[in-house]
Design a protein around this ligand. Sequence first.
Ligand SMILES: Cc1cc2nc3c(=O)[nH]c(=O)nc-3n(C[C@H](O)[C@H](O)[C@H](O)COP(=O)(O)OP(=O)(O)OC[C@H]3O[C@@H](n4cnc5c(N)ncnc54)[C@H](O)[C@@H]3O)c2cc1C
Length: 443
Amino acid sequence: MLTDLRSQLRGTLTIPADAHYDNARAVWNGMIDKRPAAIVHAQGVADVIATVRFARQQKLTLAVRGGGHNVAGHGTCDGGLVLDLSPMRSVHVDPIRKTARVEGGATWKQFDRETQAFGLATPGGLVSSTGVGGLTLGGGFGYLSRLYGMVSDNLVSVDVVTANGALVVTSEKDNAELFWGLRGGGGNFGVATSFKFMLHDVGPVYGGLILFPFEMARAVLQRYREATAAAPDALTLYAGLLPSPTGAKVVGLVVGYMGPEDAGRAAIQPIRDLGTPLLDTVTTISYCQLQQQMDAAYPKGMRNYWKSSYLSGLPDAALDLFINSVKSAPTPLCQMIIEHYGGAMGRLPKDATAFDHRDAQYNVMILGLSTDDNHDAPNAEWACKVWDQTRPFSTGGAYVNYLGEGEDVRSAYSTATKYDRLVALKRKYDPENLFRLNQNVRP
Ligand SMILES: Cc1cc2nc3c(=O)[nH]c(=O)nc-3n(C[C@H](O)[C@H](O)[C@H](O)COP(=O)(O)OP(=O)(O)OC[C@H]3O[C@@H](n4cnc5c(N)ncnc54)[C@H](O)[C@@H]3O)c2cc1C
């Protein structure tokens, strides 16, 4: 049966007997250990069409993999077929029209490298090994989002192979309803073979990390709250309660100022006024350096259990909860990150795209991280308990791309009307739910 599929491909097929099978089946989250029957390494749209048709005809479970970063492990499966898009990573930049077309398996590192050759960029994720595909389809945000909106707000068009094996071109003009759903509805409607983005003039930027001793956590987080409330759109600030490379817990700030050094210095001076940091790397760097500054902290293969929640604010009681939770975490690498949104992300009407929760100012991530599988159970228990305790400070919503296995996809959409609109699209383009290994909208 698989020989039939192999003969239709320009790319290659990996099966369990192959020496590189273990490498090919591994995704970013080391907790995910699934054994697909075969992995297609697609070399183009024709391979995607052939694989989708084959999976449907043979009634095989189909997992679509872009960058493989999804924490719930949706980029792989047990016993079924994985469609690995990573060989499809070309990026074509049009510097005159300031647009870029990128294939569905590229990572942000590959995309940024090509666009920055022309001094251009579009908002993309904060860890450069993340896939353009999964991140964009869930909405996506990054250092440029407070200036230019969600990643998916910058889309001009998306080409997608739907469940019947047809390629559908989508944009504001063509198949506009599907284009709406692809901007926040995740991988529910098909395989995005390419994305065309608007680009902006970007770089150099002022960015880096500032770490303070954990004892200063309350004061730093309070100052973070003030600084983010007053932040210009060019400034993105995340805060973290996390282990430093020496193992000691610290309170840290991730800084990205999308403009000249003088203005960046002024924007973060209130943070620096707090006192002498353990580390301050914030300086003028290239946009690509900024985009890669967090890579080493989140390597492939680490065991990850995540919970997250949008927050309605950052009252002192929430800050105390976060500090005490990290202090009493069961294993050394557990951490919490606060993300700040707003700016251009919140300026589009809520129904402009499928992505929701544009009004949320903050998000908290509770990360049970480890390299030791003995830590999986206590980390998961800790993350769930802390998540329960954050409920009083939560909006009740969650970012679709951060949802773990079994979490309610409806929490990513604030109204039944929006969810029903996604269900209608699902019924039209994937009535049999071939694309179900994702934050699934059931047809
Ligand atoms: C370390 C880390 C940092 C992150 N930082 C950010 C961040 O800064 N901003 C942000 O918004 N999110 C961030 N995320 C979350 C990220 O958006 C999701 O994990 C996303 O699912 C990753 O996409 P991927 O293509 O790498 O993953 P995959 O696991 O390959 O795919 C994820 C989902 O998308 C689907 N999919 C992927 N590509 C395609 C495609 N071309 N066509 C159709 N479906 C596709 C898959 O089927 C799957 O359901 C981060 C995640 C990690 C692990």
